[in-house]
Ligand binder design. Structure first.
Ligand SMILES: Cc1ncc(COP(=O)(O)O)c(C=O)c1O
Length: 474
């Protein structure tokens, strides 16, 4: 964290000399509140002294006071990092290795049988090309047929099979983005997507989403003003908020993108995870087909079987114009040389029976969502727990910032968890936490119990930090 960023949060120190105890107190509150996340490297004493216009001695004493109260650890060579008092102690309390980090559901019911069936009937694989950049014809046909049945007419030539949805994102990023291009993402969004765009050299901008959905006027205005080369959206059961974009809003976003020359990269990896959303608008790309001049070329759709069926299959795809597919095929060898054929054979059968297979997934998500909600309402009633109608996780709002601090404590006790800021490109969202409901039922309540214990510890800490500070500084 830069000295400027830190000082913007400590508030005006005024012209009068500020005693080091007061400056230390203000920083302590920021750490206890989570506005300065645990693990954040604070500016060097020299940098802070210069920017704050204080003597080096004052800042040295400030950092020493923070070390003494357990809010800072300094190590030779790695600077001074924010921490919390007793973090090491609470970390030693027995925990449980609960996974609240990945939203990875188990294989769907019926998959085992389908794999057994496929491998028993296995055609002679020595006749398969071992090097296949586009994907198996039968699988591409099954995927294309599914789009056509659900809305936008699609030919197999508009489909490339990838090694999962993440590969579809990375390949799209690598093909579409040139260094210094602008890419728009939602905030919050799926972190590995913006990482792929950043790695391709994009300058990132963001538009907000909450559990209530998109700020459509903001999204439309940002697309029109910034004209990003691509806008990456997750319109169905958005990760992490669970929100779905209303059909009329989809048409408005498509119109804005068309006039700005922005390619919409629509990630439909979670689209089959409907628990009880009362409507289904079909694939997003169907909105483009109504516009004869655009003809769908500005929409690239990404799909995956990971969430609806099993992430171990590593089957994803991209639906785009044939010309875009050709560019993707050309760019692909720099990253990988094809999706394994046996998985594609299984994938074809899965896609043909997708509607039937996801019934079990829905039942699973329905039950797990209820258990997690009840547990959160019972143990952490001060948090705002949403009720998503699909997807794999909840975007929970905490009663005060502190997501990173909470995550540090839980991790130290064996629970894996991702803090809210990871889902934003600018490190904001300390007030939020994504909680997947994909873990085994027994782990859901055990995980929330651990969260509640850690949150109580943080609350006690924040109270102490506030009590130590003169009211004028809070
Ligand atoms: C929105 C979204 N897209 C894509 C992926 C990538 O999934 P996979 O590579 O397993 O298909 C994920 C995984 O969490 C996701 O949440």
């Amino acid at each position: 964290m830069s000295a400027r960023a830190l000082l913007s949060m400590t508030g005006d120190l005024g012209a009068e000399p500020v005693a080091y105890t007061e400056l230390a107190g203000r920083i302590r509150v920021l750490i206890a509140d989570g506005r300065v996340a645990v693990g954040t490297r604070l500016p060097s004493e020299r940098e802070l002294a210069v920017l704050a216009g204080r003597s080096r001695t004052t800042i040295v004493a400030t950092y020493q006071a923070l070390r003494d109260s357990g809010h800072l650890v300094s190590r030779q060579g790695s600077g001074s990092r924010a921490t919390l008092p007793h973090l090491a102690d609470i970390s030693k309390r027995p925990g449980r290795a609960v996974n609240f980090a990945g939203s990875v559901p188990p294989p769907v019911d019926g998959l085992r049988e389908l794999i057994a069936e496929t491998t028993t009937d296995l055609p002679d694989i020595t006749t398969f090309p071992g090097f296949d950049l586009l994907g198996n014809d039968a699988l591409r046909e099954a995927i294309a047929d599914r789009y056509t049945q659900r809305g936008p007419p699609t030919s197999p030539d508009q489909i490339i099979v990838t090694t999962g949805g993440q590969h579809a994102i990375a390949l799209t990023a690598q093909t579409l983005i040139q260094r210094t291009d602008t890419a728009l993402v939602e905030s919050p969004t799926y972190p590995h997507a913006y990482e792929a765009f950043q790695r391709a050299g994009a300058r990132m901008i963001a538009s907000p989403v909450t559990t209530d959905g998109w700020d459509i006027p903001h999204l439309v205005a940002t697309i029109q003003q910034s004209r990003p080369v691509l806008a990456y959206l997750i319109p169905d059961f958005h990760n992490p908020t669970g929100a779905s974009m209303h059909p009329e809003d989809r048409a408005r976003v498509v119109h804005a993108a068309r006039t700005a020359g922005t390619t919409l990269v629509i990630d439909e990896a979670p689209a089959d995870l409907n628990i009880d959303r009362p409507w289904d608008d079909g694939p997003f790309a169907r909105h483009a087909t109504r516009d004869a001049t655009w003809n769908g070329s500005g929409i690239i759709t990404l799909g995956s079987l990971s969430k609806s069926i099993w992430s171990g299959l590593r089957i994803g795809w991209i639906r785009a114009d044939e010309a875009v597919i050709r560019r993707l095929v050309q760019a692909r060898p720099a990253g990988d040389l094809g999706t394994p054929p046996i998985e594609q054979l299984i994938g074809e059968r899965v896609v043909r029976r997708l509607d039937e297979l996801v019934i079990g997934r829905r039942r699973f998500l329905h039950e797990h969502r209820t258990v997690l909600t009840e547990s959160l309402n019972r143990r952490l009633p001060q948090w705002t727990t949403p009720w998503p109608d699909g997807g794999l996780s909840m975007w929970v709002q905490l009663d005060h910032p502190g997501s990173s601090a909470l995550t540090s404590i839980c991790r130290a006790r064996g629970m894996s968890l991702i803090a809210g800021p990871k889902f934003s490109i600018d490190g904001s969202l300390e007030r939020f936490l994504r909680l997947p409901f994909t873990s085994p039922i027994a782990d859901l309540d055990a995980g929330v119990e651990l969260l509640a214990d850690a949150w109580a510890h943080l609350d006690a800490n924040a109270r102490t930090a506030h009590e130590r500070l003169p009211a004028s500084a809070i």
